[in-house]
Design a binder for this molecule. Structure first.
Ligand SMILES: NC(=O)c1ccc[n+]([C@@H]2O[C@H](COP(=O)([O-])OP(=O)(O)OC[C@H]3O[C@@H](n4cnc5c(N)ncnc54)[C@H](OP(=O)(O)O)[C@@H]3O)[C@@H](O)[C@H]2O)c1
Length: 331
């Protein structure tokens, strides 16, 4: 067995950014179904905050991180879609991408097309595959057609800026919300048909006005607690509330009867890893993402870079709503 040392970011208990510690780990050879990948860059995601804080309780100690790109160093038995030397990127369970090199399950690791850089791959996999399954696989009854209105909260964030561009490519009219005028300008520049500063404007009133009182077919809501109630009121009858995050805190329990009263609404709480349960579904989603990025229809905006050892500041900025687009940790 070859043992290599790697820098890694670990927490020993849930808590604030101060819990993130730089440690040295030993990395061995991949077992069956695994690869060893040497990272070029690591993606930062809001789920890392939930796993650090304990909103999503995790076993300790925990090496954080769900997204990265790099070069495959070794493959274990049974891995046929990757070989040593391949450039690859992933969004994946279990956490552990905050490091130089790791051994991990191969199922979610995808070979990166030549047209996409390693840094872009590190920034886009978790966020881009999320935008993919939301817009393509999380649709209302009857689907989405060109011209339809959808509401997308936190539209200037990592997932948000990708969704703005992809929705435009699909012909959808995405109404984006964001927490400042500058973020609204960014969402509009990336394909949002309308943008609402929900820190200063009543987004429900604006959605009603933009849609001539009809409402939207889908609300994609990753903000959670702060936007839930009004988001339900933004929907057309039979509309779909697609909840996929809790940046402001988890949604409170609610009585299903409210969905009838508001127009026979549908509610779903989605998570990426259900969609990525098989190698085939992961690759199909990744191929769709690679195509839309390689064609230039979706640009991956890396707006912040932090060194791995500065990860505490990266978490602080993400939680303080100071970031836009994607953030990567450099190695
Ligand atoms: N379920 C899934 O499969 C899945 C997968 C990926 C991501 N997600 C979720 O999607 C969301 C976006 O992820 P991301 O990594 O791209 O993050 P992000 O959007 O870049 O950052 C989160 C954004 O949420 C907004 N926000 C609203 N209220 C907030 C609050 N109280 N505290 C902090 N932020 C607040 C902020 O934008 P404004 O200032 O514009 O409000 C902030 O920039 C997250 O909630 C994440 O958990 C879910």
């Amino acid at each position: 067995m070859t043992l290599q040392t790697s820098r890694a970011i670990r927490i020993d208990q849930h808590g604030g950014p101060e819990q993130l510690k730089l440690v040295e780990t030993s990395v061995g050879d991949p077992g069956a179904g695994e690869v060893r990948i040497r990272h070029h860059a690591v993606g930062l995601n809001f789920i890392d905050v939930y796993q650090r804080s304990g909103l999503y309780p995790m076993p300790m100690p925990l090496q954080l991180g769900m997204e990265a790109a790099g070069v495959i160093e070794a493959v274990g038995a049974g891995v046929t879609h990757l070989q040593p030397g391949d450039r690859a990127a992933y969004a994946s369970q279990p956490p552990g991408s905050y490091c130089d090199v790791r051994v991990m399950p191969a199922i979610c690791v995808c070979k990166l097309p030549d047209a996409i850089s390693l840094e872009t791959g590190a920034a886009m996999m978790l966020k881009g595959l999320t935008a993919q399954y939301l817009l393509k696989r999380t649709q209302p009854q009857g689907g989405l057609q060109a011209g339809d209105f959808v509401l997308f909260h936190a539209a200037a964030g990592g997932v948000g800026l990708i969704a703005c561009q992809w929705a435009k490519a699909m012909g959808l009219q995405l109404i984006g919300t964001a927490g400042s005028d500058a973020k609204c300008t960014l969402a509009l520049a990336n394909g949002a048909a309308h943008a609402i500063n929900y820190s200063t404007e009543d987004f429900l009133a604006r959605v009603k006005s933009i849609t001539a009182g009809r409402g939207v077919k889908v609300v994609y809501d990753s903000v959670g607690k702060d936007t839930w109630d009004k988001s339900l009121d933004c929907l057309q009858p039979f509309g779909l509330m697609a909840s996929f995050g809790n940046a402001s805190g988890p949604v409170a329990p609610f009585a299903p009867g409210i969905l009838g009263a508001k127009g026979s609404l549908y509610v779903t709480r989605q998570t990426l890893f259900t969609h990525m349960a098989t190698r085939e579904s992961t690759q199909a989603m990744a191929d769709d993402l690679f195509a839309v990025v390689a064609s230039g229809q979706v640009k991956i905006h890396i707006e912040q870079r932090f060194r791995l050892e500065d990860v505490q500041q990266a978490h602080r900025d993400l939680e303080a709503r100071k970031t836009t687009g994607c953030t990567v940790l450099t190695l």
